[in-house]
Design a protein around this ligand. Structure first.
Ligand SMILES: Cc1cc2nc3c(=O)[nH]c(=O)nc-3n(C[C@H](O)[C@H](O)[C@H](O)COP(=O)(O)OP(=O)(O)OC[C@H]3O[C@@H](n4cnc5c(N)ncnc54)[C@H](O)[C@@H]3O)c2cc1C
Length: 241
C-alpha cells in the first residue's frame, strides 16, 4: 500500500449519526470500486494506540469522481471524536487502497449486494461506477436499516434505481415501530424466503456482503441455508462494530 497526503474538504450529515467526509483526491491515487483505505489522522504522535489514529473505511466515491468520499457512523471513540473535531482544510493521510473481496469481477455475472447500515459504503462506489459507465449487468441491492432516517444514501439509491435500468433496490426497515418517518416499502429482516424470492430471476449471481461482522455472518448463513454455494459469496466485515 502507499501513503497519500490529503486534506479535509467538507463534512456533512448523511443520516442519523452518520457523516460523510470529503477529501481532496491525491495525485496518483487510483482504486477500484469496492476497495477501502486506512484514514490516518495527521496529528498522530508516537505512543498512541493505533486504533485511535488509524481506521479502515470503504471508499464511497467512484474512481471517476474528483474527490475521495468516506462515510462513517459517528460514535464516542477517541478516533471518531478527533475526526469530528477536524477543521476543514486539515491535513490527513490515506493508506491504500486495499481489499479485493467486493471488487466486481469483469463480465456480465449478476451481482447481489447485501448491506446492513453503514455497510452500504462500498456499494455506493460500485453503483456510481455502474451509472457512469452504463453497466448492463443485473445489479440487486438488498439494504437493511432500522428506519429511513438511519439509511445513508437512500435518496441517491432511489435515483440510481430510476436512472439505471439494470439496477433494482430493495430497502427494508426493521424498526418502524419507533420511527418518526413513514415507509411504504418492505419491513423486517431478510430471511431465506425473501432472499430466494428477490434473487429468483437472476442467473448464477455473485453475492457481495458488507457491514458489521454479525450481520455479514448472519447473511452468509442465510445464503448457505438457501443453497448458495460458498464460492458465490464474497464479504467484507467492518471489524470494530
Ligand atoms: C475493510 C474495512 C472497511 C470498513 N469500512 C467502513 C466504513 O466504510 N464505514 C465505517 O463506519 N466503518 C468502516 N469500517 C470499520 C471502521 O474501521 C471502524 O472499526 C468502525 O468505524 C468503528 O470505529 P470506532 O471508532 O467507532 O470504534 P473503536 O473504538 O475504534 O473500536 C471499537 C472496538 O473494535 C476494536 N477494533 C477496531 N478496529 C478493529 C479492527 N480493524 N480489527 C479488530 N478489532 C478492531 C477495538 O479494539 C475496540 O475494541 C471498516 C472496517 C474494515 C476492516
Amino acid at each position: 500500500m502507499s501513503l497519500y497526503p490529503t486534506r479535509l474538504s467538507a463534512s456533512s450529515l448523511l443520516a442519523t449519526g452518520t457523516r460523510a467526509f470529503v477529501l481532496e483526491k491525491p495525485e496518483g491515487f487510483d482504486f477500484s470500486p469496492g476497495q477501502a483505505v486506512d484514514l490516518l489522522l495527521a496529528d498522530a504522535s508516537e505512543g498512541e494506540a493505533l486504533q485511535d489514529v488509524r481506521h479502515a473505511f470503504s471508499l464511497v466515491s467512484a474512481p471517476h469522481e474528483s474527490h475521495v468520499v468516506l462515510a462513517t457512523r459517528m460514535r464516542d471513540s477517541a478516533y471518531k471524536n478527533r475526526l469530528a473535531a477536524l477543521p476543514i482544510g486539515s491535513s490527513l493521510q490515506l493508506d491504500g487502497p486495499f481489499g479485493s473481496a467486493l471488487v466486481p469481477p469483469a463480465g456480465q455475472r449478476p451481482l447481489v449486494m447485501i448491506a446492513g447500515g453503514i455497510g452500504i459504503t462500498p456499494f455506493m462506489s460500485i453503483l456510481r461506477t455502474a451509472a457512469s459507465q452504463g453497466w448492463q449487468r443485473s445489479l440487486l441491492l438488498l439494504y437493511v436499516n432500522r428506519c429511513p432516517q438511519d439509511a445513508a444514501f437512500l435518496d441517491e439509491l432511489q435515483q440510481l434505481a430510476e436512472q439505471l435500468p439494470a439496477f433494482r433496490l430493495i430497502a427494508t426497515m426493521t424498526r418502524m415501530d419507533d420511527a418518526d418517518d413513514s415507509w411504504g416499502g418492505p419491513r423486517g429482516y431478510l430471511d431465506e424466503a425473501a432472499i430466494r424470492d428477490f434473487c429468483a430471476a437472476l442467473q448464477d449471481p455473485l453475492y457481495l456482503l458488507s457491514g458489521p461482522p454479525a450481520l455479514v455472518e448472519s447473511m452468509r448463513d442465510l445464503l448457505e441455508d438457501a443453497g448458495v454455494d460458498d464460492d458465490a459469496i464474497r464479504s467484507e466485515s467492518f471489524t470494530g462494530y
